[in-house]
Design a protein. Structure first.
Length: 303
């Protein structure tokens, strides 16, 4: 059965930047068995299948990487809202339109608005109550498993911590964007360190010193779950990163806004806009926003 799908670049307003995402707006036409095969065939980081539900402005999402189904991800929400507007399944009314998106592990409210350049801005809201652990590998262990110099690790404002919101991340601050980009994960050094005992299979590297004037943090994911030469999307890690920032005593109660970039223009740069509410004794409220741009409209001839 033929099925229309779209590809978009997400967390960018520039074609061929950001994260490639495919969206099938009428997935009820497809068999469940075909979804992983389609995701593997398209071979983009995330493929989204949209299903209508019997509620106004509410849609169910199933998300696949080429490796399998994903419980929750951020990029698909931006891409989904954009495609729903493109297909007329929702209409832009006023400054923004609110929709409800149901993923496997969490329901999310998203707001979509249109930019003058034709891109779409979407912001979605999350809440999290993560666990923060200050017991982490030593600086020398981190330097070896990241193939960096120990003095590349930044201890001035932020500190290495383990943060979990269901999936644990080891978060390591580095002194510069160049240090983040040059790091190379060493699986053998990892296995010989104390890091495996922490159960974190992904390491988030970041620097508060960026090479771009429009971002406050440069972020990259490495680790046992990630291939040696990959630079995967970071949207699903934003709750733990916000919790990490909030865990530092210097960050007082209140609302904070900051921008995070991943990659560089030669490697599909993404830009994420974050708003974070920190209040003692309450879950962290996180608003994640970004642009998306429509790249192609296609027809699947099998499935």
């Amino acid at each position: 059965m033929n099925s229309i799908y779209y590809t978009l670049d997400v967390f960018t307003n520039t074609p061929f930047q950001g994260v490639q995402t495919a969206v099938f707006p009428y997935a009820e036409k497809l068999s469940d068995e075909s979804l992983i095969d389609i995701a593997r065939e398209l071979n983009v980081p995330e493929t989204v299948f949209i299903y209508p539900v019997d509620e106004d402005d509410t849609f169910k999402l199933r998300i696949f990487s080429p490796k399998g189904e994903i419980d929750f991800a951020g990029h698909p929400m931006l891409a989904t809202a954009h495609v729903l507007l493109e297909t007329g399944q929702i209409k832009l009314e006023g400054a923004y339109t609110r929709i409800n998106l149901k993923q496997k592990t969490q329901d999310v409210v998203a707001n979509i608005s249109a930019n003058d350049d034709g891109s779409k801005f979407v912001q979605f809201t999350l809440q999290c109550m993560p666990v923060v652990d200050r017991y982490t590998p030593t600086g020398s262990e981190l330097a070896k498993l990241l193939t960096i110099n120990e003095n590349d690790i930044d201890h001035s404002t932020y500190h290495t911590r383990l943060v979990s919101d269901g999936l644990p991340y080891l978060i390591v601050p580095l002194k510069s964007q160049d240090a983040v980009d040059k790091a190379c994960f060493d699986l053998n050094a990892w296995s010989l360190s104390s890091a495996p005992a922490m159960a974190a299979q992904e390491i988030m590297l970041f620097s508060a010193k960026t090479n771009s004037s429009d971002s406050n943090f440069h972020v990259r994911l490495v680790g046992p779950n990630i291939g040696l030469h990959e630079d995967p999307p970071v949207g699903s890690a934003m709750p733990v990163f916000a919790a990490y920032i909030a865990s530092h005593e210097e960050v007082r109660e209140g609302t904070y806004s900051f921008a995070i970039d991943r990659g560089v223009s030669e490697k599909r740069r993404s830009l994420l806009q974050i708003e974070m509410d920190k209040h003692v004794g309450r879950p962290i409220t996180l608003r994640v926003g970004g642009d998306s741009i429509l790249v192609s409209k296609n027809e699947l001839l099998v499935g």
